[in-house]
Design a protein around this ligand. Structure first.
Ligand SMILES: *Cc1c(COP(=O)(O)O)cnc(C)c1O
Length: 367
């Protein structure tokens, strides 16, 4: 079986983790600080604030925008559930805007159509490793006086014309086990704003500025040095990881381009795609249903994932809530039935890639 993800750590991480263990200082300390500084440098932003996971980082980013009940955050309906849960946990109301079939992300035009007089935040999700059209979205936010929170959980290092995801507003990243950079669990908020960065650091640590001086009712959102020791060595090697993912994606797309009914993902103009997922669309033209296609992939030894099988609000628990406002999203509603993610990770051999291509081609041939 060719797995959809492989989680593996190098000797650098092993060594650093052992150092931390032997030091006896395993909570938030100097390594978290180093991890933040190196991450900020990589993204090209002034501040990076590490927290215990990516959902927390979304909640934290929203919480420093001082939202009031009824204030609306507009996001993508085609995302992981954490995006929606974070909006609700922050006490805001969620609204959604339709996506583009070219990059799977919300568009500025659709966001504009979802804005009301209660809208406070635009929250694009940079899905699968590709930054959304942030030129258009940033212009819209500026024009309407709205804040931006970028759910960059899947897009460390993705960029538009050289400008990174996480630099257009408050950025939010995840270091969950299967993300491109991982600490097992972990998250990071990025910002150029000194005041917001300071507030986030205080909130993260029980609202404490100096020892036993509590400024606000805070939280324990801290990451640990043990986790930073796992993450730090990955930052130095990350460009190589992205290059490998990119060349795997290109190889797959070249091999799959002519398969009828299969639409391969594309890096949009001026964007750096970091290929967290390589996601094809199995359209009706292929003659096979997406779910049948996925089960045949499994039978023939190719791991695959469906990210995501339903739109984010499409569960009983989110219906009939006043703080989840659901409309119609024709593109997302179609795409959600077509997506299949194939392996694109750094452990794939040329043989693996050829096998993925031939298995996909033969499934469609036989259909
Ligand atoms: C992973 C992910 C998150 C949440 O991150 P966790 O670290 O798992 O809490 C949020 N949004 C998206 C789009 C994600 O993929």
């Amino acid at each position: 079986m060719i797995p959809i993800t492989v989680v593996e750590f190098g000797e650098d991480a092993e060594r650093l983790v052992l150092e931390v263990l032997r030091s006896g200082s395993v909570a938030q300390g100097p390594l978290v600080k180093q991890f933040e500084d190196r991450f900020a440098q990589m993204i090209g932003v002034k501040h990076a604030i590490a927290v215990n996971n990516g959902t927390t980082s979304l909640v934290a980013a929203l919480s420093v925008l001082d939202l009031e009940p009824g204030d609306e955050v507009v996001t993508s309906p085609f995302t992981f559930v954490a995006t929606l849960n974070a909006i609700l946990e922050a006490g805001a109301t969620a609204r959604f805007a339709d996506i583009s079939e070219h990059d799977f992300n919300v568009t500025a035009e659709n966001l504009a159509g979802a804005i009301t007089d209660r809208t406070r935040v635009l929250m694009p999700v940079h899905l699968y490793g590709q930054i959304a059209d942030m030129d258009g979205i940033a212009a819209l936010a500026a024009e309407r006086g709205l804040a931006i929170v970028e759910d960059s959980a899947q897009s460390h290092g993705s960029a538009l014309a050289g400008r990174h995801a996480g630099t257009y507003g408050l950025g939010s990243f995840s270091f969950y086990a299967t993300k491109n950079i991982t600490t097992g669990e972990g998250g990071m908020i990025t910002t150029d704003d000194d005041v917001l960065a300071d507030r986030l650091r205080v909130l993260r640590n029980q609202g404490m500025r100096a020892r036993y001086q509590y400024e606000v009712a805070g939280h324990n959102w801290r990451l640990t040095d043990l986790q930073a020791a796992v993450g730090l060595p990955q930052l130095g090697a990350y460009d190589t990881v992205v290059e490998t993912r990119q060349s795997n994606a290109e190889y797959l797309s070249a091999g799959l381009a002519e398969v009828p009914g299969i639409v391969v993902p594309r890096q949009q103009r001026d964007r750096r795609h970091v290929w967290h997922q390589y996601t094809i669309r199995v359209t009706p033209e292929s003659g096979i249903s997406r779910d049948e296609f996925v089960s045949k992939l499994g039978e023939r030894g190719v791991g695959a994932g469906i990210y995501y099988p339903k739109l984010v609000f499409d569960y009983p628990t989110y219906r009939d809530r006043d703080d989840v406002i659901i409309d119609e999203y024709p593109v997302a509603e179609r795409i959600v039935q077509e997506v299949v993610s194939l392996p694109v990770h750094t452990h794939l051999t040329r043989d693996d890639l050829d096998r993925i291509i031939s298995v996909v081609s033969s499934i469609v041939d036989e259909a």
